[in-house]
Structure formats: structure tokens, C-alpha cells
Design a protein. Sequence first.
Length: 182
Amino acid sequence: MSDRLPGIRPRPSIGRKLDIAARRSFPTVVTGLLLVVAAAPLGIGGQPQTQLAIALASVFFWTLVRPASMPPQAVFLLGLLLDLLSYAPLGVGVVILLVLHGLTLAGRRVLGRAGFMLAWVAFALLALGAVALQWGLTALLTLRLLPVAPAILAAILAVGLYPLLAVPLARAHRTLAETDRA
């Protein structure tokens, strides 16, 4: 049963519509900004691997906790941004993030009720598969055998970065959820 009360409601104002749009686009915008910041030349190695790790962790988290704010169209754009920033063959990041998004949505009912540790283990398995898929697709599209070390680094970074990203993202989610209820 809906908790809406019967009656006539005024149309939302432009400000209210902008507020709703901003809250819905927050996960996508934050993920995009994290990817751009990770692409900045900070003098640390492994930038493409860091970008992939951030993209995987953020898409997994937001798809798990707020799937309406991380639709496939947004995941597609984030994958395209990932490809452009990491100089990967176009489409590889798109495919990887869309597969991760779909698998996360499929397991959302179980993972949503599970604790953080189970979600982290599930993410680790999905991240390993995503990195392996990225390595294979990139090798196939470039027609050469790629070194495995960067792929292993990306998988380790993704698994290690997930808790570090999940804590502030969970706080942001709680804030968004509180404003949704208000």
C-alpha cells in the first residue's frame, strides 16, 4: 500500500525538479569525477588500473544500493569515459561495466540483505572476472598478447579500493536517502 495521501498535489516547482534530477544523477556524476581525478597526472604509476578499479567499485556499489540512480545508460557513458581516459580500445570498458552492472542487478536481492563482507567477496569475484574479461578483450582487439601484471594489479586495486570507496559512498547514500524521505 502506498503511503501517499489522497488529494490534489501541486506540480513540483522547477527547483524541486532540479533537486530530484541532481539526487538521481549523483552516483553517475561522482563516478565520472572520480575517473577524471584518477586520470590526472599525479606521478603515481598504474593510472589505467586505478581508473578501472574505481569504475568497478563505484558501479558495483551504486548498482547494489541505488540501482535507479545507476541505469544502464549511465553505465554505458561511464564505460565510454573509462575507455577514453585509459586509452583502452573503445567498447571494452563499456562491455565490462555493463556486464558488472547486469550481474550486480541479478544478485542484488541476495547481496542487498547480506552484510558488507559477503558483498565485498562478491565484488572481489566479479572484479576478478571483469579484469580477466578486460585483459582478454583488449588482447583480442589489439591482436597481441598483453602482459598479465597490469591486470593482476587492477584486480588487487579494485578489491582493495572497494572498502575505501564504500565508506564515503555509503554516507552519501544515507544522506540521499534521508533527503528522499523528507
